[in-house]
Ligand binder design. Sequence first.
Ligand code: ATR
Length: 291
Amino acid sequence: MDDKSKRGKDRYAVIGWPLGHSMSPLIHNASFDALEINDRFIALPLSPSEFEPFMESLPSSNLRGLAITIPYKTEVLNYCSERASEVKAIGAANTISVGEDGGLVAYNTDAGAAGRALKEAGVELRDEKVVVLGAGGAARAICFQLLWQKAGAVTIANRTLSRAESLSEGLQQAFSDADVTAIPLNNDALAEALETARIIVNTTSLGMYPYVDECPVDTGLLKSGMVVFDIIYNPVETKLLRAAREKGSKALPGTDMLVYQAAEQERIWLGVDAPINMMRKALLKELSKAS
Ligand code: ATR
């Protein structure tokens, strides 16, 4: 039984709605335990009517940091007195630190974590053409990162073409010399894009638990020597990644990005070097229970 008197203080939390079974408390608490940090990280599901009063009371609360997930990644910016440079570009935050004076500073660790996951897997982005599937918030953060890491071209494929077009326009405004195109998420358009692209990043929810039989790409379009990065982490191996692996491509699951974004949050909040291997182990153990 959880004996609250023996627990550290609830200093960090993830907010979102609906929050579902967030992995953030598990990953952060595994790290806090390993680092002997006597703080706890909790899940705080906040309905839309609870969001505003919560954010207004945050500066005077015990909380020192927040992780933010859907649907509040943009709305939280209205309460922040400072925004890190990546937040100014992307327009969304997944992290807030609460200063001693109650000032809220917004950061985005998703983008850098995606870049790190690719880098640590030995994927060099410079001058590469990348096909990004999806045009939502995650796609936006990742596209910025790809261009910051000097990808040669980005093709955004989305079910709703107008969303891909508007993301593409935004990127072209931010990176004047960027080669960015928008295409519909269909076989013909993808087949053409994949004639010259070797790297695919899936940011859509297709294939996410419980819809594990869905796949955003016709697997016949995958070839050996590609890199396929799926930001979904449950299941760890999506249908897309299984097909990529079977074709001899490099298949990167979303678990690393999840751990890296959490590790960076701890660097921001606490200035610590989080124990990434331990966090990953705790996450994979939990995810293996679900499969
Ligand atoms: P996130 O912040 O995780 O990116 P989001 O902004 O809701 O979430 O974006 C979800 C992405 O998954 C979108 O690109 C969405 O496509 P639409 O813009 O057409 O809605 C994509 N997506 C979700 N369900 C999909 C489906 N069944 N088929 C194709 N794309 C889908």
